[in-house]
Design a protein around this ligand. Structure first.
Ligand SMILES: NC(=O)c1ccc[n+]([C@@H]2O[C@H](COP(=O)([O-])OP(=O)(O)OC[C@H]3O[C@@H](n4cnc5c(N)ncnc54)[C@H](O)[C@@H]3O)[C@@H](O)[C@H]2O)c1
Length: 330
């Protein structure tokens, strides 16, 4: 039984707490949050203790920590947890700074503890099936990937200001998806972005609508489209064109009823947002982490993967600023 300490009792920490508690191979032992009330409420719901992060890391009976705190704490907490010998599942992104994330990797590599980064979309059954079909050669040579990722509504500007910007905060998932599907890093990144949804996002120095083109050494291409607003819900789709066909992973809808009348044909909206759309992916992600720790096998998503996605986010931020393609150094 893996005894787990959860650091961070916010939106995503609550999802992870439930999955840790429900998994037959893990137990939610303790919760830490600088907001004591948030930690109390979450721990009480799962019969866990409330402790400080330091106390959790010092407790030898705790085998693993799940880091779901604010992004600017991730590298420090990964390093502290690794030094304490805990297996780590840390939410994305690894850090707001690529240089800091690389320093974290160097430090953690010495410790040899398993560290997984929470790119949950790899565990979405639809995207995983598309990846498996591509790897099996079912569409020949995969040549053009399109990733569509539109949020239902923008976050508050207060969130945007500390988020690291759309490319690090939101598109980071799509960069990881491109790395996952294409199996390698691109050689160059070209980005354009605008603040079309909320002028205050633009005033805060960020964009809310962006398109990125990734070019691979062998000429393959990926296109990522992000918007912080989609009036019809959370739009999450993949399309992969190959030499012998096309793979498409469509949206998951709130229900499957299609209404056909004289007025036309209509159906349900996509599931509202990430908590709904990726519910099963978070469960599968935690299961994969527990299994890898138990079996002593490599984690399915590594700290290196986290840094690769962050490298693309940093390149895209630079490209959007300068209007020029940025060469990726990995
Ligand atoms: N994989 C995903 O789908 C996904 C979804 C949402 C958020 N995230 C990531 O998860 C992280 C948390 O996001 P959220 O939306 O849950 O934010 P949140 O603000 O709701 O929760 C973060 C919590 O961490 C606590 N905290 C901050 N610093 C701390 C520290 N040093 N020690 C203990 N607790 C601390 C805060 O008090 C807060 O309760 C972010 O890095 C975000 O990018 C990932």
């Amino acid at each position: 039984m893996l005894k787990v300490g959860l650091l961070g009792a916010g939106r995503i920490g609550q999802v992870h707490a439930a999955n840790i508690a429900r998994h037959p191979g893990s137990q939610l032992a303790a919760v830490a949050d600088v907001n004591g009330a948030a930690a109390e409420a979450l721990a009480a719901g799962h019969g866990a203790a409330v402790r400080s992060a330091e106390a959790i890391l010092a407790d030898e009976s705790i085998n693993a920590v799940l880091i779901a705190t604010s992004t600017d704490t991730h590298s420090d907490l990964i390093e502290a947890a690794a030094a304490a010998g805990k297996a780590v599942l840390c939410e994305k992104p690894v850090d707001l700074s690529l240089a800091r994330a690389r320093a974290c990797l160097a430090k953690v590599a010495e410790s040899g503890v398993p560290v997984m980064i929470g790119f949950n979309r790899r565990f979405d059954p639809n995207f995983a099936a598309l990846k498996a079909a591509s790897d099996a050669g079912e569409i020949g040579r995969a040549e053009l990937l399109s990733v569509t990722s539109f949020d239902p509504a923008p976050p508050p500007v207060s969130y945007v200001r500390v988020s690291g910007g759309l490319f690090r905060d939101m598109m980071i998932h799509d960069f990881d998806m491109a790395n996952f599907i294409m199996g390698t890093l691109p050689v160059s990144v070209m980005a354009v972005g605008s603040a079309l949804v909320d002028p205050d996002i633009g005033a805060a120095g960020d964009v809310d609508t962006a398109v990125v083109t990734l070019l691979y050494a062998d000429g393959r291409i990926a296109v990522i489209r992000n918007s912080r607003r989609a009036a019809y819900g959370y739009d999450q789709r993949l399309e992969l064109l190959g030499s012998e066909g096309l793979l498409q992973a469509e949206n998951v809808l709130e229900h499957t009823v299609v209404k056909s009348t004289a007025a036309g044909v209509s159906g349900a909206r996509p599931e509202h947002f990430f908590l709904e759309r990726y519910r099963s992916a978070y469960v599968a992600e935690w299961g994969a982490f527990v299994e890898a720790v138990r079996a002593g096998t490599p984690q399915p998503v590594t700290l290196r993967d986290g840094i690769d996605a962050l490298a693309l986010a940093e390149a895209a931020t630079e490209s959007a600023r300068t209007g020029k393609p940025v060469v990726v150094t990995g």
